[in-house]
Design a binder for this molecule. Structure first.
Ligand code: ADP
Length: 481
């Protein structure tokens, strides 16, 4: 292994340039220097993946099981150490970061099982004397492009199914979080994979993206990131007939009805809107609250927010870590200004602190709660991706549901209620890929599909056994006896 290098064709390769990985809880802390690949290196990674594909796609289920199981075991065994690295480079709290690493390990274990559990159909033909088999085969070389907010779980939920179903991978993590990506590549380099089946190229999306997306040998792109980038990359894939799978933004509603259990509603809000610094595509950013509970709800949320400790991600007792970097902080502060200018009331927080109580320079922001907003304001329509949420008043359940669905996004949608009637109606009528009743909009399982509707997602779902839809292609074989 070579610390911080790219991994191409089974070799560790120094980058054309390097970039410093900075701790957002203390910007004086440099975690390391990491490679930045150039276009030639990105092409070399595609070359290596294409060369490895014929053999790896025909490898047996036992071999793939062993690779994924071994990687999953190492990730789980090293969860405290990898969690510390993740918290240090991304800024989510240590318990959240360790939890994410454990999730990554569980995902590898799940797909180790999926590699063994191959499914197919054996049917009689409609024509006498002919048998029909329907099987799945690997798609080919896949490019996997990931964002910074889940530096190990999102890579895991793309890489593990890709390899389980026999694809060869070129993985490009986000520029801000090379540490976790490199650690994962290091683990995979020792997992028994043949050279070229998995490749890591760290670098700028704008610079090396085209080599990973436009190359005719790349059969599929799985992307998680911003709407603007996702749409552009999808257009490039569509133009040459490549398969794509996109997970992009959200503006997820959490409805709180008069009959909700107030403690449950406050818990769902605080966890869903503000934990992980609100930097989750499933965060509850629109809180849609009916009149009868509105004031009690706002007061109770504000009381909880006052108790939250915004501090160094790795300090024991921290509830909310820093914003990931200066650029995201500027976006958050911009939306706080926009909301105020649009007439929203800042009920709590939204205060930038350049240092924590210990004097460490970092990107600290207290969770911001806006009230007296409506669903037409920019704060209600555009994804902020920070610890910022706004409360919208609703007359009743029907009004709340209409507001919840009135959005260009459709990832996750939540409802707090004790009414079976409303819960049942909501599960059927919420226009979202994931629906949560009395549970935060963020926080999902790894063995079931993940994804959204409308502007949030495109292509087949990720995770669980549904991952096969993207990472395989179906073959129908006829045999005349
Ligand atoms: P964010 O604003 O959250 O950083 P992006 O969509 O810009 O969201 O980034 C998500 C991922 O997409 C990152 O890995 C980034 O490097 C990559 N990316 C950005 N632009 C491109 C591009 N033109 N081609 C390929 N990947 C890109």
């Amino acid at each position: 292994m070579a610390q911080g290098h790219n991994y191409i064709g089974g070799e560790w390769v120094a980058g054309a340039r390097t970039v410093r990985n900075i701790n957002p809880s203390d910007t004086r802390d440099v975690i390391g220097e990491f490679a930045l690949a150039d276009t030639a290196q990105a092409r070399a990674a595609v070359d290596a993946a294409a060369a490895a594909f014929p053999a790896w796609s025909l490898s047996g289920p036992q071999q793939r099981f062993e690779v994924l199981d071994k990687a999953g075991s190492e990730i789980l065994a090293r969860a405290p150490e990898l969690g510390d690295l993740l918290a240090r480079e991304e800024g989510k709290t240590l318990p959240e970061a360790v939890g994410e690493v454990v999730r990554a390990g569980q995902i590898f274990k799940f797909f180790a099982g999926e590699a063994l559990r191959q499914r197919g159909d054996l049917l009689a033909s409609v024509r006498p004397g002919i048998g029909v088999e329907v099987t799945r085969e690997a798609l080919g070389v896949v490019s996997l492009i990931t964002p910074w907010n889940f530096p190990i779980a999102i890579p895991a939920w793309k890489i593990a199914p890709a390899l389980a179903f026999g694809n060869c991978v070129v993985f490009k993590p986000a520029e801000l979080v090379p540490g976790s990506a490199w650690a994962l590549a290091d683990i995979l380099s020792r997992s028994g994979l043949p050279a070229g089946a998995f490749n890591l190229v760290m670098g700028s999306g704008a610079e090396i993206g085209p080599a990973l997306v436009d190359d005719p040998r790349v059969a599929g792109l799985s992307f998680t990131g911003s709407v603007a980038t996702g749409r552009r990359l999808a257009a490039a894939c569509a133009a040459r007939g490549a398969k794509f799978q996109l997970e992009m933004g959200g503006k997820n509603p959490l409805i709180v009805l008069d009959d909700a259990d107030l403690a449950v509603a406050v818990q769902c809000t605080v966890l869903g809107s503000f934990y992980s610094t609100g930097q989750r595509c499933t965060a509850s950013s629109r809180l849609i609250v009916t009149e009868g509970i509105h004031d009690r709800f706002v007061q109770a949320v504000v009381e909880r927010l006052k108790q939250l400790k915004v501090d160094d991600a790795r300090r024991p007792g921290t509830d909310i870590g820093p914003v990931v970097d200066e650029r995201q902080l500027a976006v958050d502060m911009d939306y706080i200004r926009i909301a105020k200018a649009e007439g929203a009331t800042l009920a709590f927080g939204g205060e930038h602190r350049a240092t924590n109580d210990q004097g460490q320079p970092g990107h600290y922001l207290t969770p911001a709660l806006f009230t007296e907003t409506d669903n037409t304001m920019r704060i209600s329509r555009e994804e902020v991706f920070g610890p910022v949420a706004n409360v919208i008043r609703a007359r009743d359940y029907d009004d709340a549901l209409a507001l919840a669905n009135d959005t260009p996004f459709g990832l996750s949608s939540g409802l707090c209620t004790t009414s079976l009637k409303h819960a049942t109606h909501f599960k059927r009528h919420a226009q979202a890929g994931m629906v949560m009743v009395n549970a935060p909009t963020a926080g999902v399982d790894y063995h079931v599909p993940f994804g959204g509707r409308k502007g949030s997602s495109a292509g087949p779902r990720e995770q669980g056994s549904y991952a096969a839809e993207f990472y395989t292609t179906v073959k129908t074989a006829y045999t005349a006896a």
